[in-house]
Design a binder for this molecule. Structure first.
Ligand SMILES: [Zn+2]
Length: 392
């Protein structure tokens, strides 16, 4: 038990879920040299579970440790599988909400890929906010404007029909404030809609996916917690549903008129979450140990690699092989990561095309995300590489 108040509901009863000290502050920033990577800023990840509302948050989070500058790169746009996911999501949202000739706002648009998709062919007008955005300030012949800064409703000086935010809320220390600010930007038009997408806490807990808990993410939601947080901010939640093979939690809501009472959690739902946390606590050490043993067993035959040098791969490598002694390298299809080093452990990142240069050495590759497994296997086949690809 700790006395640190819950950022979502203010309650003081929070219990530790997962405790990892001195982890790299960023997972989606790569370094020029192994030395830079090992000197990368570190911080503590101490996740606590709020008994009152079900929110899970990093009690030791200090936003000053993070820097979402242009070098921050969490783009998955190089994957055909991910592109398909974005296209399907775009089609779904456009059809369901009749998004044609509408004014869209994306909070945390990254490099702008999804906003361009939503506004393609002059279909809609878009405004995207992200301090890590790189590129021209306008796109789609002036239909899109990018603001290289954090979102704030004061920056949003035009009427908005549809506001969405994908994988942002988990980076925010005070998500309630962020949701209120989104609500304010939408005004009182009951036709205005929001779409929110975050990692699903329930999925992480069920899988004991320790590589999905990292410093950049200070806030974790299950469906009930996210629904109540949106209701408290003045939204009427239409539905929550799983996305991306269950890894994501998605929410659609409309603006609710009037004042907003904080909805109480269902005791059954909180009990279910508590049971999931109990399962995670019991199984996570074993999961780490098994992962270590699998890496070591593979290494008996020769060096191994991880496929995926984003947050999951970086976290996994830092937990399992913090001194970069057993995992030879990380493979990633993002060309801007090629030849760079992951923060913390300093493992080198190579492109798939570089594998053949060390084919005689690499005896096995662990795939960091089951969603990309087939795509990775196809790439190995295309490169005529006969190296076993192993799911985690
Ligand atoms: Zn709480």
């Amino acid at each position: 038990m700790t006395g640190h108040p819950c950022p979502l509901c203010g309650a003081c009863a929070a219990e530790t879920v997962f405790d990892r000290r001195n982890v790299p502050a960023h997972q989606n920033v790569v370094c020029e040299t192994a030395e830079d990577a090992r000197r990368f800023a570190r911080a503590d990840l101490v996740l606590a579970f709020c008994e009152k509302c079900g929110f899970v948050f990093n009690q030791k989070f200090d936003s000053g440790k993070l820097n979402y500058s242009a070098v921050y790169d969490n783009s998955q746009a190089h994957s055909a599988f991910f592109q398909r996911y974005l296209r399907d999501l775009c089609d779904y949202l456009r059809v369901k909400y009749g998004l044609r000739g509408k004014r869209l706002v994306e909070v945390g648009c990254g490099k702008g890929d999804f906003l361009r998709l939503m506004c393609a062919g002059g279909m809609n007008r878009g405004l995207g906010f992200d301090p890590s955005y790189v590129g021209p300030e306008t796109g789609e012949e002036g239909a899109i404007h990018f603001v290289k800064a954090f979102y704030g409703e004061s920056r949003c000086d035009r009427a908005v029909d549809f506001l969405y935010s994908r994988h942002v809320l988990e980076h925010i220390q005070d998500p309630a404030k962020m949701l209120r600010s989104m609500r304010k930007a939408l005004g009182d038009d009951a036709n205005s809609v929001i779409y929110i997408e975050v990692p699903d806490l329930a999925w992480i807990l069920d899988q004991a996916a320790f590589w999905d808990f990292f410093y950049e993410h200070c806030s974790y939601f299950c469906a009930g917690t996210l629904r109540r947080a949106c209701q408290a901010a003045g939204f009427e939640v239409e539905r929550t549903f799983p996305g991306f093979g269950g890894q994501y939690l998605c929410l659609e809501a409309r603006c609710a008129p009037g004042c907003h009472a904080r909805a109480k959690p269902d005791p059954g739902e909180l009990g279910e979450l508590r049971a999931r946390i109990g399962h995670f606590r019991k199984s996570v050490e074993e999961r780490m140990q098994t992962s270590r043993e699998r890496v070591m067993a593979l290494r008996e035959r020769g060096p191994c690699a991880l496929w995926g040098a984003a947050a999951k791969g970086t976290t996994f490598a830092n937990v399992i092989d913090p001194e970069a002694r057993y995992i030879r390298c990380l493979i990633d299809i993002n060309p801007s990561k090629r030849g760079k080093f992951i923060a913390g452990s300093g493992h080198r990142i190579i492109a798939p095309e570089d594998i053949s240069a060390c084919e005689s050495e690499i005896r096995g590759i662990f795939s960091m995300n089951s969603n990309y497994f087939e795509e990775q296997r196809a790439k190995l086949a295309q490169l005529s590489l006969n190296i076993p690809l192993i799911p985690l």
